[in-house]
Design a protein around this ligand. Structure first.
Ligand code: MSP
Length: 512
């Protein structure tokens, strides 16, 4: 089966921060898991490079927009390998192939009768690159998100007849109750549609940084239409010499943050309907990573305010700094473990330190270290080929179908919980079987064989399940065990799977 998953494409006029890394890591976990199941996976991420904010930033810095995006896009492109993310392609919306395809699809939408010319007059926030209705604007005509003044715009625009799609969209939501996930986001999107849709600007004519409108050279496409189409255009040129569209379209999951819900759950399906293209199966909307504003900003006795982490708020946890000190796995695990996927969650360096020490270093790292050490100490580094403990094996083996079922619903938090139950189960097994006691009694050699075989096999199965979250550490451990295979098919405890094993350095060493 094909599985196509996408991150939002990131604006390049800021530096990448943990909020961006978060969407990308989540998609990577799903993509890696699906590959372990033998699915035909395509995983896309990239950068959103057009639009007024970029044009304005370039102007401020005295460079051309193209120079600005060429300078900034690599910061985002480099983030993927540093996070050990396995994307199959990185799209830039300034790619000529993307631009040509955008023109083609939007021309088709026009030919299908969904575009008309008009004058837009209303509020616009340059920082959101979004138009605001009177109801959305604050009373002082400032942006409800940025609190900066909105601009009164009056310009010639082409419009997309979004209003004509209200019934189709409501039908889509009724027929596909998991089109938007989780449920509270589905409800939010559905009520937005039900409250009535207005036509939206499809083009801008007051600046030139964008994909030119092919039927009118005075216009460029409104950046959101250009950006959304990346999910579709990328497939046509991601692989040189092969068009992947038939193989992967429509997308299985678009993973996005809650700030861009309207665009992905209302505009995007309407656009696809207008172009006669198939609709994605799911849009999964995750929450925000929040950080406390910090004591310096607080008046006496005031509680730390939680806010969305963003560059403009100056409360950014630098993913690169964490990776440098603790490695990508630690960052990946922390983001996925401490924030419930689909909800907002607070992150902090203090919590990071706790999760690293208690779960990675202690629960999992220590389980791996002592298991490997005991095989060396008691059996000269060869895992005995005894039949694993059947009760333990049943509990451990059940993790594979369980996480598969949870990840089919993008329940990343639930799946990691399910794995962690098994990590803790194996630690309890060590304590209850006390191999160090068995080792003192020659008559109990068979028992010790069975305990060591059960532990190492259990550890192997759990490690394979965990691979999507902490790929580098798992690969290191599996190489030590002489069993590098990642397929979930082989992730069952079995006798004789393991033989001679290597020694293992701590997977998650104490910070210096
Ligand atoms: N370019 C648009 C998206 C176009 S998709 C066709 C955009 N870019 S963005 O860089 O501003 O943000 C992209 C995404 O980054 C957000 O939707 C969200 O997924 C993620 N995050 C940015 N800040 C975040 C947090 N503080 N927490 C979690 N994710 C957040 O919007």
């Amino acid at each position: 089966m094909s599985f196509y998953i996408t991150t939002p494409i990131y604006y390049v006029n800021a530096a990448p921060h943990l909020g961006h890394a978060y969407s990308t890591i989540a998609c990577d976990v799903m993509a890696r898991h699906m590959r372990q199941r033998g699915e035909d996976v395509f995983f896309l991420t990239g950068t959103d490079e057009h639009g007024e904010p970029v044009a304005l930033a370039a102007e401020r810095e005295g460079v051309t927009p193209q120079e600005l995006v060429d300078r900034n896009a690599p910061h985002f492109k480099d983030l993927a390998p540093r996070l050990n993310v396995s994307n199959d392609f990185f799209i830039r919306t300034t790619d000529p192939e993307h631009k040509a395809k955008v023109q083609e699809v939007l021309s088709r939408i026009r030919e299908n009768g969904h575009v008309y010319e008009g004058v837009y007059e209303g509020w616009y926030c340059p920082r959101c690159a979004d138009f605001k209705t009177d109801a959305e604007a604050n009373d002082d005509n400032s942006c409800p998100i940025h609190r900066t003044p909105l601009i009164r715009e009056k310009e010639d625009n082409y419009f997309f007849r979004l209003s004509a799609f209200q019934d189709d969209l409501l039908r889509l939501f009724d027929e596909q109750p998991d089109f938007v996930m989780p449920r509270h986001r589905y409800n939010e999107a559905r009520s937005f549609i039900a409250s009535g849709l207005q036509d939206v600007s499809l083009s801008r004519s007051t600046f030139t940084w964008g994909v030119p409108v092919p039927w009118d050279p005075d216009h460029v496409f409104y950046v959101w239409f250009d950006a959304l189409l990346n999910y579709y255009t990328a497939l046509s040129y991601a692989k040189p010499g092969e068009d992947l569209t038939d193989r992967f379209w429509p997308a299985t999951y678009h993973v996005i943050g809650k700030d861009i819900l309207k665009f992905h759950t209302v505009f995007w399906p309407a656009m696809l309907l207008a172009a006669g293209l198939a609709l994605p199966e799911h849009v999964f909307v995750h929450g925000f990573l929040l950080m406390s504003a910090g004591p310096q900003k607080l008046a006496d006795g005031e509680r730390p305010e939680l806010m969305k982490m963003s560059k403009s708020m100056g409360n950014v946890l630098d993913p690169f700094a964490i990776i440098d000190e603790f490695g990508a796995d630690a960052l990946r695990f922390y983001c996925m473990r401490d924030v419930s996927f689909g909800q907002d969650g607070e992150v902090s360096s203090a919590r990071f330190a706790v999760v690293y020490a208690s779960e990675l270093a202690n629960d999992f790292g220590n389980l791996a270290s002592r298991t490997v050490a005991m095989v060396h100490r008691y059996r000269d580094g060869t895992v005995p080929s005894a039949e694993p403990d059947p009760t333990l094996a049943a509990e451990i083996n059940a993790v594979i179908p369980e996480i598969s079922e949870l990840l089919d619903r993008a329940d990343l938090t639930g799946a990691l919980d399910a794995i962690w139950l098994r990590v803790r189960r194996l630690n309890r097994y060590v304590e209850s079987q006390a191999p160090w006691v068995l080792a003192k009694d020659e008559a109990r050699a068979d028992e010790l064989d069975r305990v060591l075989a059960s532990l190492t096999e259990g550890l192997r199965v759990v490690a394979v399940a965990l691979h999507p979250w902490i790929p580098a550490s798992v690969e290191k451990l599996l190489a030590t065990l002489g069993a590098p295979e990642l397929e979930l098919d082989g992730a069952r405890m079995m006798a004789g799977r393991l033989g001679a094993i290597d020694r293992l350095e701590p997977l998650f060493p104490k910070p210096r």
